[in-house]
Design a binder for this molecule. Structure first.
Ligand code: GCO
Length: 464
């Protein structure tokens, strides 16, 4: 990749970053007053998580955040996307506030700012307080107000230092897998509950946008959507209706009402019974950017085993795959960036992109993660091609800084630029860490040359 030419394509204020999430890295799940989340309870249920793993300790980031910020500095990123654990700051999700929990994020944010790394704060990366889950969670319309009150608390507490906020991470993913496809809490499969959850999360997004705008001066906010083309598995036309159905739920059920003011046609009728007057106006509130997570296309099959009749099938055999089995198709990323630009017309920040690879520490103590370097090189080239085609992409954040708790896969999958040896919590930057650091340095605009002697204005020079 010719970095020099890349610089020409990037806006001068292009943001290079890394991303993580609270439940996946913090640990300390019972420390300093934190309440349980639905993921704490779900992870402890037998058979839910590979190898019986949980986020109880994870990367112990709660105690090691200063070391991890040092790694970010070495990487050369100027931005760090993290999430706040709602039950760490409000143990029951509403009412009482946990000062010790708030104080942790004060320490984290202050240390980031001291390291000249801009904090990007995501309010919700799936760890709903279990106390609210017990009251129906996102199927209960009261959760909208509970979330808005939580957003207001965060804005008031950190708004003097944090200006970048995301309301939700991947709302389509946690609602689809939680209420229809399985694999995430509350692990039910019920179309009415899915529709209620979708609608209430959309309402909660709109309410939080209003509360953040009211509490944070100069706020810059958006939501983070996983957007991936839904293709009929095996190219079989019989799978096309399932691909179109999943596309409506996975790619449009949130950005369309939030940014265009209406549900996609495949959802609109089914959603109507759960809407109250002016709900769409409550959802469609002005945001500043589109947060995009992208990994690979989805190959969709018809599957009568769930209310949507959709299943995740296999990619074509000739397509390379990651350790997760996800197809590596960078051109789908280019298409997605251009499509998001054309459909929503907002500045785009890529807030997750990366891959799982079978990383090991070799005899010399290094981690030669060539598959991740190949992936990042190809996907950055695809991003630059999309920018060249006119997509307004303003930033790129790698998922993830650290190997971490990969939900149902537990610690069996590694997405980090930094290898985490979990028994010792030792961090080892991988080869991809150094590759990404070089890419950032090469793409960052060179410092302006020192001002030379003052010259006459150009017009005057033309005549001299
Ligand atoms: C997601 C989540 C992350 C995952 C990452 C790899 O997209 O599922 O945002 O928490 O860990 O994407 O699956």
């Amino acid at each position: 990749m010719n970095a020099g030419s890349l610089r020409a394509k990037l806006p001068p204020d292009f943001v290079w970053g890394v991303s993580t999430s609270s439940y996946q890295i913090e640990g300390a799940v019972k420390e300093d007053g934190r309440g349980p989340s639905i993921w704490d309870i779900y992870s402890r249920q037998p058979g839910r998580i590979a190898n019986g793993d949980s986020g109880d300790v994870a990367c112990d980031h709660y105690h090691r955040y200063r070391e991890d910020i040092g790694l970010m500095r070495d990487l050369g990123v100027r931005a760090y996307r993290f999430s706040v654990a709602w039950p760490r700051v409000m143990p029951n999700g509403r009412g009482d506030v946990n000062e010790a929990g708030l104080a942790f994020y004060d320490r984290l944010i202050d240390a980031l700012i001291a390291a000249e790394i801009e904090p990007w704060l995501c309010l919700y990366h799936w760890d709903l307080p279990q106390a609210l889950g017990d009251l129906g969670g996102w199927t209960n319309r009261d959760c909208v107000q509970w979330f808005a009150d939580y957003a207001a608390l965060i804005g008031r507490r950190y708004g003097d230092r944090v200006k970048r906020y995301a309301t939700f991470n991947e709302p389509s993913v946690f609602t689809l897998f939680g209420f229809c496809l399985g694999g995430q809490p509350p692990a039910v499969s019920d179309h009415a509950m899915l529709l209620r959850a979708i609608h209430h999360v959309n309402l909660a997004h709109g309410a939080a946008v209003d509360r953040l705008r009211a509490s944070v001066t100069d706020v810059s906010l958006g939501a983070i959507h996983n957007r991936q083309p839904c293709r009929p598995a095996a190219g079989d036309p019989a799978n096309l209706p399932a691909a179109e159905e999943l596309d409506a739920y996975w790619n449009r059920a949130f950005p369309d009402p939030q940014l265009r003011g209406f549900y996609p046609p495949l959802l609109a009728g089914a959603m109507a019974p759960y809407q109250q007057a002016d709900d769409l106006a409550r959802i469609c509130r002005p945001v500043d950017w589109f947060g995009l997570n992208h990994y690979s296309p989805l190959y969709v099959t018809a599957d009568a085993g769930n209310p949507l009749g959709v299943g995740l099938g296999s990619a074509p055999v000739n397509v390379p795959r990651s350790n997760m089995g996800w197809p590596v198709e960078p051109d789908a990323f280019r298409e997605t960036l251009i499509g998001v630009h054309q459909r929503y017309g907002l500045p785009i920040y890529v807030l997750e992109n990366g891959t799982a690879s079978p990383d090991e520490i070799d005899a010399s103590g290094e981690v030669a993660d060539a598959p991740r370097i190949d992936y990042l090189r190809a996907y950055n080239a695809a991003m630059f091609a999309a920018i060249d085609a006119g997509a307004d992409v303003r930033g790129y954040f790698v998922w993830s800084l650290l190997d971490n708790f990969e939900w149902g896969s537990g610690y069996s999958q590694r997405f980090g630029l930094v290898y985490v040896d979990y028994p010792t919590q030792r961090r080892t930057p991988k080869a991809s860490f150094h590759w990404y650091a070089r890419l950032i340095r090469s793409c960052r605009a060179p410092p302006a040359p020192p001002a030379g002697p003052r010259q006459a204005p150009a017009a005057a020079r033309r005549h001299d």
